[in-house]
Ligand binder design. Structure first.
Ligand code: GDP
Length: 298
């Protein structure tokens, strides 16, 4: 995984100098813009997005003298601008149960995110049911049960290796019977065999739709910030496997600053519903473009 984003603050600091009383003022010229562009690319933002950000910075300001602080603020402002339109919490519908399918590669943080979301929804007065749809990974099922207990939410499971679609069907029935507001369905994330995974997800969706043609109402893709540029190909892949409606990026509490989120916002425009900022139940935050951009640009 190419996580170069961790170096961003240092690099930016070196490029534009420390902020302070005697900070130098530098001319925003082509050379400076090129260096900024390289920094942004190194932060996993991708070439196209980096170019857009720097050219927006330059607009009407080329040749102006700016302090380090001004350059940083300008940079953060332009990064935030790329992301403003994607910062949206997961929509809640009248539909009962609202079916939330959660997809993503194994290890991305699906289980953890489902637990955190379930806890948040519950705190907001919603009744939630979770289905442990990754029936082939006993450890994933156990983890989800632990999260269910923490969140105070029932977790429906099926015997190891059984058909996830039939669990999804049973979960729909149970959620309907219980009058649950939300049904969150975990899924497998074995990308090694895409054809199988595609078949499995398609079957889950087919079965859910037998119960409710409008379901799933949300398909959340969970991405791991530490995988850097890989997130782009994961979005590509999962969009082909499922009708992704929104993203959650996890592990933004570590060294990874998630520069790839800017590229994702720019390229796909999918809503970013929340970010994972730790391993505890409350470590899920709304996505805030300004805060994110400030952290990214250091
Ligand atoms: P899954 O395989 O996609 O279900 O992934 P898990 O939910 O099991 O998460 C994989 C690992 O990442 C676990 O050790 C989690 O504690 C950890 N993890 C998940 N989200 C976050 C996060 O936002 N921050 C940190 N630091 N760790 C996380």
């Amino acid at each position: 995984p190419a996580d170069k984003s961790a170096k961003t603050p240092g690099l930016l600091g070196r490029l534009i100098g420390r902020s302070g009383r005697d900070e130098p003022r530098r001319v925003l010229d082509d050379d400076m813009l090129e260096q900024l562009e390289e920094l942004l690319i190194a932060s996993d933002m991708g070439v196209d997005t980096a170019l857009r950000v720097t050219s927006n910075m330059a607009e009407g300001r080329l040749g102006k003298r700016l302090s380090s602080r001004e350059i940083k603020e300008l940079l953060a402002q332009e990064v935030a601008r790329v992301m403003d339109h994607v910062a949206k919490p997961m929509p809640i519908y009248e539909k009962r149960p609202q079916v939330v399918l959660v997809v993503g590669v194994n290890g991305s943080g699906k289980t953890t995110t489902i637990g955190k979301l379930a806890s948040q929804f519950k705190a907001a007065g919603k009744s939630v049911v979770i289905a442990a749809g990754d029936t082939f990974r006993a450890a994933a099922v156990e983890q989800l049960q632990v999260w269910g207990t923490r969140a105070g939410v029932p977790v429906l499971t099926a015997p190891e290796g059984s058909d996830p679609a039939s669990l999804a069907f049973d979960a729909m029935t149970k959620a309907e019977e219980d009058g649950a507001d939300l049904l969150m369905i975990d899924t497998a994330g074995r990308l090694q065999n895409r054809a199988d995974l595609m078949e499995e997800l398609a079957k889950i969706v087919r079965v859910i739709r037998k119960k409710d043609p409008s379901a799933p109402h949300n398909t959340l893709l969970v991405l791991d910030a530490t995988t850097g540029q890989n997130a782009l190909s994961q979005v590509d892949t999962f969009q082909k496997l499922a009708d992704v409606s929104g993203l959650v990026m996890t592990k933004l509490d570590g060294t990874a600053k998630g520069g790839v989120l800017v590229a994702l916002a720019d390229k796909f425009g999918l809503p970013i519903h929340a970010i994972g900022v730790g391993e505890q139940i409350d470590d899920l935050a709304p996505f805030d473009p300004e805060e994110f951009a400030a952290a990214l640009t250091g």
